[in-house]
Design a protein around this ligand. Structure first.
Ligand code: A2P
Length: 279
């Protein structure tokens, strides 16, 4: 499956509170899709942040009133983009995604324009090398950050590690990295600095060029030998982590073991972590 649909949104008339109009939808696999929506003129955010988005819920059988059904979604597009992009899993019995997966260009979604999050440059102390560690849809905030010029200005090397079950689930990230490296506007903006970005995809359930959980490859040191780089150190390295609870817990232990401390907006340090949207 690889449908890509776009629509002219000029005729769309908003009817929901905080409504935005879907401009394109792309289905990557049976489990994954991405979509773009109009951006509220007043919305300012930092690349890597998330917002609450959703649809109107079913009316309450007693009162007949419907409430918005909202979930936290990382904005996958960079802060400078005219539209907002999201990357989502489809959960067959998930209250929101069972319906959201059927959106079409021209449809409306609810978007609360209050961006927040810790996967932002402000939550890290200055460093030389930046690691992005993602599983599944956890790549979304990094899809934003690898299109953010500050990422390339602040670091000498940026390494995006993405682990998925199979090759098809890596495609969103693979295409994105290719796009970032070849896009005319990114070339004009960043030129040779784009060479700082390296991509390290792995699969765990389908054979591919690189197999294994990123956590195992980190512990064994294979990650560093394959990339031909020095191991992670708190003096030079900064990391952002976004994935399942399991990944986040394991990565915290590994990074703390290497001497990195968890940062926050109010107290920047060497790494930051956030849970990827799962339901
Ligand atoms: P695995 O196949 O070994 O479970 P999911 O699609 O379930 O969200 O998983 C996305 C990817 O994250 C899968 O490749 C999965 O590997 C991997 N993963 C799940 N838990 C962890 C963890 N604790 N550490 C590292 N990778 C993990």
């Amino acid at each position: 499956m690889n449908e890509h649909v776009t629509v002219n949104i000029a005729a769309a008339r908003p009817t929901l509170p905080d409504s935005q109009t879907v401009t394109s939808v792309r289905h990557w696999t049976d489990r994954l899709f991405s979509f773009r929506v109009t951006r509220p003129a007043s919305l300012r955010f930092r690349s890597g942040e998330f917002v609450m988005i959703g649809l109107m819920g079913e009316p309450d059988p007693k009162t007949g009133k419907a409430k918005p059904l909202l979930r936290a979604y990382s904005i996958a597009s960079p802060a400078w983009d005219d539209e907002l992009e999201f990357y989502s899993i489809k959960v067959p019995d998930g209250p929101l995604t069972s319906r959201l997966q059927h959106i079409q260009p021209g449809d409306e979604i609810i978007l609360r324009p209050k961006p927040v999050g810790t996967l932002v440059h402000d939550a890290l102390l200055p460093g030389k090398r930046l690691w992005f560690f993602a599983t599944g849809t956890g790549i979304a905030p990094f899809a934003s950050l690898i299109r953010e010029p500050q990422t390339f200005e602040d670091y000498n090397e940026i390494i995006l590690c993405h682990t998925c079950r199979d090759v098809a689930e890596l495609e969103y990230g693979r295409e994105l990295v290719e796009h970032v490296k070849t896009d005319e506007m990114m070339q004009e903006l960043l030129g040779d600095a784009l060479k700082k970005l390296r991509y390290f995809p792995t699969t765990t359930r389908e054979p591919s060029a690189r197999m294994g959980r990123i956590t195992d490859l980190l512990r064994s040191g294979e990650l560093f030998s394959e990339l031909g780089v020095m191991p992670i150190s708190p003096q030079t390295d900064r990391a952002m982590v976004c994935g399942s609870m399991g990944l986040n817990t394991d990565m915290k232990a590994i990074l703390e073991g290497l001497g990195l401390r968890e940062g926050a907006n109010s107290d920047p340090a060497e790494y930051v972590v956030e849970k990827a949207f799962v339901g």
